[in-house]
Design a binder for this molecule. Structure first.
Ligand SMILES: [Zn+2]
Length: 160
């Protein structure tokens, strides 16, 4: 009789102690560590969702030998997208500063409302709060400018 290799059956490993877990987000039975916030992305990277059985076993061994996993931000981004989660960092949720709002409003008025649309498009993934703000500032200005433009066209047609 051969003992089944437990490490090859693990669904995830604890990236704190290298213990075996049933899933990336469940508490670790060995050290009681529960991944929260950013740690959830690291935990996901150390699960069967990202690694094969052999790689998990290898990673578990490395962690037990004292390796502190420090995945790159690109890997954590991959995990975040795969988990379908919203960004959790404070920077990502930070609203636009007063200065940015002023610049955006000025850009919308003096140049084109496309400024705000472009900003919203660029930020909607990483900074949803700021992107929504950009859109809120831009939409009324875009509407107002359309009305002005329309009024100008009508006025020129009805001219003397
Ligand atoms: Zn653990």
């Amino acid at each position: 009789m051969t003992q089944p290799n437990k490490e090859l059956l693990a669904k995830a490993i604890c990236h704190r102690c290298g213990g075996l877990k049933a899933g990336p987000l469940v508490p670790c039975k060995a050290c009681a560590f529960v991944p929260s916030a950013q740690e959830r992305q690291v935990a996901w990277l150390f699960s069967e969702h990202h690694l094969g059985a052999e790689e998990l076993a290898y990673a578990a061994r490395r962690v037990r030998e004292g390796d502190r996993p420090d995945p790159s931000s690109a890997l954590k981004e991959l995990a975040r997208e795969a988990m379908g989660a919203q960004p959790v960092s404070d920077a990502a949720l930070a609203p636009l500063g007063a200065r940015s709002m002023l610049l955006l409003t000025a850009g919308n008025l003096l140049l084109t409302p496309l400024t705000g649309v472009a900003l919203w498009f660029g930020m909607r993934q990483d900074r949803p709060t700021a992107a929504r703000q950009a859109l809120l500032v831009t939409a009324p200005i875009a509407l107002g400018m359309s009305v002005l433009w329309f009024a100008a066209v009508v006025a020129s047609r009805m001219g003397p």
